[in-house]
Design a protein around this ligand. Structure first.
Ligand SMILES: Cc1cc2nc3c(=O)[nH]c(=O)nc-3n(C[C@H](O)[C@H](O)[C@H](O)COP(=O)(O)O)c2cc1C
Length: 195
């Protein structure tokens, strides 16, 4: 967290060309920028983030990932729905981070599904963030039946686009909230402090 302009980073956890998650996070970040924030989009597709080996030194784009996330006031996590949860691509990005990057950060959640129920991915991400002492916005976005909602790089469903815009705006509004209590889960999250 820094002084100066609010910084918002978006992590999108799909490696698919034409990812709807990418489009949705990009839209949320545009809304954050309109609300006055500096934004960065770290895409699962273009970053080189090796599978986490806790014994190995940081390689590829891992240092950049950690530096940008740690310097951000708010983090938007975007994921495709995979088998009832969030993607391994996003999990791996989060696993390369810890308290240094997430503790007391404001986090906004967004999940994109081919089907109708992206909710469990959002629930699972919320639990992960709790173990890292992040402050997760109550407002979250589910993009169901993505191919009927997004076409190319644009939303065709105005109501869902409006929710995405609101996520980006609220991330800025609550970027510097000061949470005063840490979670019980975090006390046992020894990996987050000693990666
Ligand atoms: C491995 C895998 C598992 C998936 N599991 C689900 C699922 O459980 N529920 C669902 O609604 N869609 C599921 N989908 C569909 C994706 O959520 C959908 O294609 C989504 O648009 C992918 O996001 P992306 O466009 O950002 O890559 C799955 C897709 C893949 C590749």
């Amino acid at each position: 967290m820094t002084d100066g302009p609010i910084r918002v980073v978006g992590l999108s956890g799909s490696r698919r060309a034409g990812s709807y998650t990418h489009v949705a996070i990009e839209r949320a970040l545009t809304a954050s920028a309109t609300a006055g924030a500096e934004t960065t989009h770290l895409e699962g597709r273009s970053l080189d983030i090796p599978l986490l080996d806790p014994d190995a030194a940081a390689a590829g784009d891992v240092e950049r990932l950690r530096d940008v996330v740690a310097a951000s006031d708010a983090i938007l996590l975007g994921t495709p729905m995979y088998h009832g949860s969030y993607s391994g691509v996003l999990k791996n990005m989060i696993d390369h981070c810890g308290f240094d990057e997430f503790e007391d950060a404001t986090v906004g959640l967004l999940a994109v599904a081919g089907g109708r129920f992206p909710i469990t991915a959002l629930e699972h991400l919320r639990s992960v963030c709790r173990s890292l002492n992040a402050w997760v916005l109550p407002w979250e976005v589910a993009v169901p039946r993505a191919r009927t909602v997004i076409e190319g790089d644009r939303f065709t469903d105005e109501a869902i686009e409006e929710r995405v815009v609101e996520l980006g705006e609220r991330a800025v509004e609550y970027a510097r909230i000061s949470p005063h209590q840490h979670s019980f889960e975090s006390e046992e999250n020894v990996g987050a402090a000693h990666r």
